[in-house]
Design a protein around this ligand. Structure first.
Ligand SMILES: NC(=O)c1ccc[n+]([C@@H]2O[C@H](COP(=O)([O-])OP(=O)(O)OC[C@H]3O[C@@H](n4cnc5c(N)ncnc54)[C@H](O)[C@@H]3O)[C@@H](O)[C@H]2O)c1
Length: 252
């Protein structure tokens, strides 16, 4: 029996990269998954490969009303909500002196507000259910200045907000048996990051130096394995934790 047998999960940002890999491992572990994304065609396609236990839904996570509707629909269709993975996010690579207030808020409206809204509407359903597990994908950019290569001003700050929110939820909803943990990846081998390395080969060299384990970079599966563990009952006494998966970056 899989570690997520009979669990109902929502995973955001599931159309590509880490989000799709999380859905794949969740399905393999026996969960039913609603994968959501702002990319309409891509989310439907990405979820179709997983058969009847996965649904693709379109949602902009910064939209309050749409989040509420999505959570209500999920519970109507599947009877409950056990797991929420807040994975969707956008990046900004600008430093603090180049960044406008509007761009700063734009990053926060997805990464921070989007995560907050998902949690806000999931918690009452998890309270009804008698338990729940929330996994928020943060970043080492929330923990170390310079880890997001100049994007820390907006991206790192938004991930810092996700991290603090995780601890808040962990503390205040532990009484309801709702757990909340954050996962902090270093570099993940996704198409997006490969493009960055191709355009700036010196960044790959810097990443190698900073991430001393021989792989130097994680596959999406390395991160998704941590998410499965935290989402599952195997982690039933773990809450408010920050799981760093970074090939040793944070050992500096
Ligand atoms: N790639 C890395 O090296 C790295 C490092 C540290 C942390 N992370 C974190 O891991 C997570 C996944 O990263 P990834 O590399 O797979 O990213 P990605 O950009 O490939 O995928 C992000 C997904 O989120 C979706 N999304 C963006 N805005 C949205 C919105 N408003 N509403 C709904 N969906 C939206 C995108 O359409 C996309 O499918 C993110 O939280 C990211 O910050 C990534």
């Amino acid at each position: 029996m899989g570690s997520l047998q009979n669990k109902v999960a929502i995973v955001t940002g599931a159309a590509q990269g880490l989000g799709t890999k999380i859905v794949e491992l969740f399905i393999n572990e026996g969960a039913t998954v609603v994968g959501i994304d702002i990319q309409e065609d891509k989310i439907k396609q990405a979820m179709e490969q997983f058969g009847d236990n996965a649904r693709g839904k379109v949602l902009d996570i910064s939209n309050d009303g749409a989040w509420q509707e999505l959570i209500n629909e999920t519970v109507e269709e599947f009877g409950k909500l056990d797991i929420l993975v807040n994975n969707a996010s956008i990046m900004s690579r600008k430093g603090i002196l180049e960044l406008s207030g509007e761009e700063y808020m734009n990053v926060h409206s997805v990464n921070s507000l989007g995560t907050f809204l998902g949690i806000k509407y999931a918690i009452p359903k998890m309270q009804e259910n008698g338990s729940g597990s929330i996994v928020n994908i943060s970043s080492i950019g929330a923990l170390a200045s310079g880890a997001a290569d100049g994007g820390d001003a907006a991206y790192g700050a938004s991930k810092g907000s996700v991290t603090a929110l995780t601890r808040h939820v962990a503390h205040y909803f532990a009484k309801d048996n709702i757990r909340a943990n954050s996962v902090h990846p270093g570099g993940i081998q996704t198409d997006m990051l490969q493009e960055v390395f191709d355009a700036n080969p010196e960044l790959w060299e810097k990443n190698k130096e900073n991430s001393p384990l021989p792989n130097h970079i994680s596959d999406a599966e390395d991160i998704a394995n941590g998410v499965v563990f935290l989402a599952s009952d195997k982690a039933r006494t773990i809450t408010g934790e920050q799981l760093v998966i970074d090939n040793g970056y944070m050992t500096h």
